[in-house]
Design a protein around this ligand. Structure first.
Ligand SMILES: Nc1ncnc2c1ncn2[C@@H]1O[C@H](COP(=O)(O)OP(=O)(O)O)[C@@H](O)[C@H]1O
Ligand SMILES: [Mg+2]
Length: 399
């Protein structure tokens, strides 16, 4: 029998569209140490700020959205209790307003109008079941409001407001795409020792594996041709970033355990290469990070990737991310305190968000909206030279 597959142009463009969905605006109220956030986001976005300015809290907003979108083993109540309850999430300086709210705009490109908008608000109710209830949940597609809660059903049965529509398969048919997109958010805070010794530690793998415990397993279960092509791309970047690096291969040892094997050109005598347990922390983190970028078709959150990487590798991160994005189309949000990471001349001021701690909470500025930064970038300095060496104070920005 002969099967014909007809793929129309429209279908092709839908496939293309799915691959390049990004969140191009984030609007938030009362989340942790932020009273208000309203910022545009690009495909590659650096989040820069001193210790305790809220970099991890900001990345956690995207993890929270992922968690509420999970139908099984997730949902709103779990996402909130995993974070210690709404009282821990809600901004301490929020004063009278009990509501925490998040809205995202999802589009094909940073500058395109939103295809999707998704927004929720929630608060803790002291009476009754002491649960967190939605104050609203709204979905727009191309500007048309598809969901507007609380609706008549919620009014009849207020306990429905303990769940979002994203986590309820039965009610979200018209906007399931948003849930799928959010569930694919990846958060990485790779810990080299856990990647290396996952086998001997045999620990419980933490949900969504942020620390890379199951990394080798993921490499092992990828389709062989996908694995080959990803390792080739990673090898290409490693050759640029790591002196004398030659080749990266996937192998299994006699016991069938998966390994990565690296070859360096200076080892004339050792043709056997080196297993991941001998890789440097930096090389291992970089491999894990690049693999996850190649794997993702949604958002990748990188938590201070400069940790334990040497300067040579750190300076290659930003260009490596853009190179991989050209072939994949995922959005990458990177928190960092490293000016070396921002040294690439190609970094646009719009790609850098500055977190500026203030008494009433942290304020976020787009680097290119700060006059002196814009001027210096135009004069040819790089973001790395400008942003962290003279970190702005809020007082210097408000004239
Ligand atoms: N609900 C909240 N209201 C106000 N501040 C909070 C809240 N939750 C956490 N914080 C503050 O956020 C700061 C930590 O932010 P974090 O994201 O870890 O910073 P970074 O990753 O930039 O080092 C801490 O100072 C902590 O007190
Ligand atoms: Mg942090």
């Amino acid at each position: 029998m002969c099967y014909h597959f007809h793929i129309t142009f429209a279908e092709l463009s839908i496939v293309g569209k799915l691959a390049i969905m990004i969140i191009n605006r984030l609007i938030v109220k009362n989340w942790r140490n932020f009273q208000q956030i309203n910022v545009p986001l690009r495909e590659r976005q650096f989040i820069v700020g001193p210790n305790a300015s809220g970099k991890s809290n900001l990345l956690d907003i995207f993890r929270f959205l992922r968690d509420i979108a999970k139908a099984e083993g997730g949902g709103l109540q779990k996402a909130i209790s995993d974070r210690g309850g709404t009282s821990k999430i809600r901004c301490l300086s929020a004063e009278q307003d009990p509501e925490v709210a998040i809205e995202i705009h999802i589009a094909d490109t940073p500058d395109a109008p939103a295809t999707w908008r998704y927004g929720i608000g929630f608060h803790h109710e002291d009476h009754g079941h002491h649960q967190t209830y939605l104050t609203h949940e709204r979905v727009w597609r191309d500007g048309e409001l598809l969901l507007d809660r609380p609706d008549a059903n919620d009014n009849r049965d207020p306990d429905r407001l303990t769940q979002t529509a994203l986590e309820q398969i039965a009610t979200n048919a018209k906007f399931r795409e948003i849930g799928g997109f959010l569930r694919s958010v990846t958060y990485l805070h790779l810990v080299p020792q856990l990647i290396r010794f996952a086998d001997s530690i045999q620990g419980k793998i933490i949900e969504d594996d942020p620390f890379g415990q199951a990394f080798l397993e993921r490499v092992a279960t990828a389709h062989p041709s996908t694995r080959r092509s990803r390792l080739k791309k990673i090898e290409h970047t490693l050759k640029i970033a790591v002196p004398q690096f030659e080749k990266l291969e996937f192998i299994r040892d006699n016991g069938g355990r998966p390994h990565l094997q690296a070859y360096y050109s200076h080892w004339c005598s050792n043709q056997e290469g080196q297993h991941e347990d001998q890789f440097s922390d930096g090389v291992l983190r970089l491999i894990g990070l690049l693999w996850s970028l190649l794997e993702s078709d949604s958002i990748v959150l990188l938590e201070e990737p400069e940790l334990s990487l040497n300067i040579g590798i750190v300076s290659q991160l930003a260009p490596s991310i853009s190179r991989l994005q050209r072939s994949r189309g995922s959005q990458v949000l990177v928190s960092t305190q490293s000016n070396v990471l921002l040294i690439e001349p190609g970094i646009d001021g719009r790609e850098v968000l500055l977190l500026i701690p203030e008494k009433e909470g942290t304020v976020i500025k787009i680097a290119s909206d700060v006059d002196y930064i814009r001027t210096l970038l135009k004069a040819g300095l790089t973001a790395g030279e400008v942003v962290l060496t003279r970190y702005p104070k809020q007082s210097s920005l408000v004239k």
